[in-house]
Write a protein that binds this ligand. Sequence first.
Ligand code: C2E
Ligand code: MG
Ligand code: MG
Length: 575
Amino acid sequence: MTQTLSVLLIEDSEDDALLLERELIRGGYKPCIHRVDTIEGLCAALNNGEWSLIVSDHSLPGFGSDLVLRMVSESGLDIPVIIVSGSIGEEAAVMAMKAGASDYIMKDNMARLSPAIERELREAEIRRQQREAEKTIRHLAFYDPLTQLPNRRLLLDRLAHALLASARSRHYGVLLYLDMDHFKNLNDTKGHYYGDIFLQQVAARLTNCVREDDTVARLGGDEFVVMLENQDPCPDHAAFRAKLVGDKIVATLSQPYSLNDYQYFSSCSIGIALFHGERSQLDHLLIQADTSMYAAKKAGRNTIRFFDPAMQKALEQRVELEHDLRQALSRQQFQLFYQLQVDDQGRVLGAEALIRWRHPDKGLISPADFIPLAEETGLIEPLGRWVLETACAQIKTWAVCPFRQHLTVSVNVSAAQFIQPNFVAVVESTIRHAGIEVARLKLELTESMVLRDVGDALAKMKQLNALGLALSLDDFGTGYSSLGYLRQLPFQELKIDRSFIDRAPTNDNDAFLVQIMIAMGQKFGMEVVAEGMETEQQLELLKRYNCKIFQGYLFAKPMAIADLDAVLSAHFAAV
Ligand code: C2E
Ligand code: MG
Ligand code: MG
């Protein structure tokens, strides 16, 4: 049978091309010839075509066979190149062979062509088979033949790279060590054939659970490792992310398996270890993850354990707190405390509402410990609404008391609330429902909240102002403290952060900053409030700087409404 031969011919003479074709046919081939005679043509043919053979003239207009040989060699393709020429000298022929030509043929001795081609094709085929074999060996050395996943050796190799990368980036990486629960039972009762199908399905599910650049490896038996790189610079966040992936894996692997005709249920236990640059040692890491996997087995299987006990505990607490937080609102465990705000004569102007969580076991929990969690879980929305409603109800109650009806209530707004598109609408409907005088309510925002999307913030602030609400810039000085933005944004009040008040009496720099903040705020037409006033010394200083409104333990701590009422009664009896 005649063999089809796809030939790339570099030749400027049509006659010589015909000569070659005839010779190939005579040699028993069915040639398919693509002829080029420019460098561009050669380049395109090398990039796009698939050639069994290249035949090149020795010298063409503008270039010679030396350039052809170089281009073929640089392309990395393994294609025999035969030089055909009418006038190649012996020296040039030797040069061509050195440069990678497979053979050279004189035009007056074309009979040599066919045997040369036969020989070159045979050798090229041997080289191809060798490459395939090497590839297979490499695959066997680094991949698990049953699941096609990376094996232990490749995992260790990638882990070593991951440690170096983590040392550079300072980001944590994660190892999840997995073991299928009761796998032995399946093997013992249904045989290895079913066991193998099961492991292949586990491998496929695992691969689907993670991103493409994560590594899923099989260590042997029913043990797998998932490696996540470049997670987070903060260990708590990295641990939380690891937990999320772990949870996803646990859920995915506990779905029923169809092993041919047999429906099978399984679960897995996962041990997690974090790694961070040079501080982690390769072999220790796998042992850590393995150890925690056994802890997960001991804890009743189908579960996750962290190697670091502190991390494990922190995570459990977080999960528990989140669970409790979800129920806290319906169980009426939240309470608003109020902290008085007074003027430079000691007269009460209003109060800031500060939320507290009365946990049934843990007692009073401060907002710093649960507001961030509420933000992450989306619970901040119903919670924020509750705060607003409760504060409005308080204003409503005070509205009928002669000595209290002038008091304002400031409510803290969190970023997650403020960015909601319906934030203004929620505020408006709450105020309308409560039927209060809007001027009694203030909202406290922070710089970072409004600077995140100045356009959106500005629009919302204008709408809130239009409702009659005063806006207060909370914790001023801790963020960007950008004067330029401050001028643009319609704040009616500025609260200087406690940290500056704290340091002002002893630190000239802070004292100077406080003075500037007061002067600047007042220049922009804002009321300036000094937060966290604790000492007479601070008060004296702040008064000297012309500050007119104060809030802090020096006057009153945040307190429940009953206590506040008592304090207010005493206060107004005295004036
Ligand atoms: P903030 O708005 O800056 O509230 C002032 C914090 O400083 C309050 O802490 C208050 O108890 C404390 N403080 C007041 N005077 C002094 C003092 O003289 N010395 C000291 N050392 N501290 C003083 P709290 O109540 O723990 O609240 C912490 C933060 O939690 C608040 O900071 C606010 O950002 C947030 N927060 C409180 N309630 C709510 C709420 O209802 N919603 C939202 N989104 N955040 C809230
Ligand atoms: Mg505040
Ligand atoms: Mg504050």
